[in-house]
Every structure is written in C-alpha cells, then in structure tokens.
Design a protein around this ligand. Structure first.
Ligand code: SF4
Length: 87
C-alpha cells in the first residue's frame, strides 16, 4: 500500500474533531452501547468509511472504532477474508 494512501483519506475523516474516548475507549468491556452507537453513526456518514475500514482490517488494527467497526467485528471480517478463496 503506498504511503500516501493513509494520509489522503485521514484528511477527510469525519471523526477528526470527535471525542477520542468515543472512538478509543479505555475498554470495550462494559462500555455503554450508546457510546458505540454514537461513534458508529459518525462513521456511517463519513466520506472515507470504506478506505478506513479496509486499512483497519488489512493492518489488523487491534484497537478503536474504524470504519464503523469494533475490534471484535474487524477480527470477524479479517477471518472471513482469510477464508475466502483467492481470485
Ligand atoms: S470511518 Fe469512522 S473512524 Fe474512519 S475516518 Fe471515518 S469517522 Fe473516522
């Protein structure tokens, strides 16, 4: 992946001015569901949601909300991608 790819899409991130705790909670255990829902709502309206999600899945980003997904959800997506037959 070219180095500029990451910089290009982050400049358009809808979460740039959001509360970091909303996207990077200290723990996901016991986190109020409404906090996850609030972050996901920002992501769903974000113009760079797909590159963000792809980056997080491809790099196995272990923390935070990326592309509207939690770490647990991304692990599931990554597993599904790994099981998918090569084209
Ligand atoms: S998809 Fe979500 S986490 Fe990714 S840049 Fe957009 S608002 Fe931020």
């Amino acid at each position: 992946m070219p180095q500029h790819f990451f910089r290009d899409w982050t400049a358009q991130a809808a979460c740039q001015n959001s509360d970091p705790e909303l996207f990077f909670p200290l723990t996901w255990d016991g986190r109020p569901a409404r906090h996850t829902a609030l972050a996901r709502r920002v992501c769903l309206a974000c113009p760079v949601r797909l590159p963000c999600l792809n980056w997080a899945v491809e790099t196995a980003e272990p923390d935070g909300m990326w592309g509207g997904t939690t770490p647990t959800e991304r692990r599931g997506l990554r597993s599904a991608r790994e099981r998918r037959p090569a084209a």
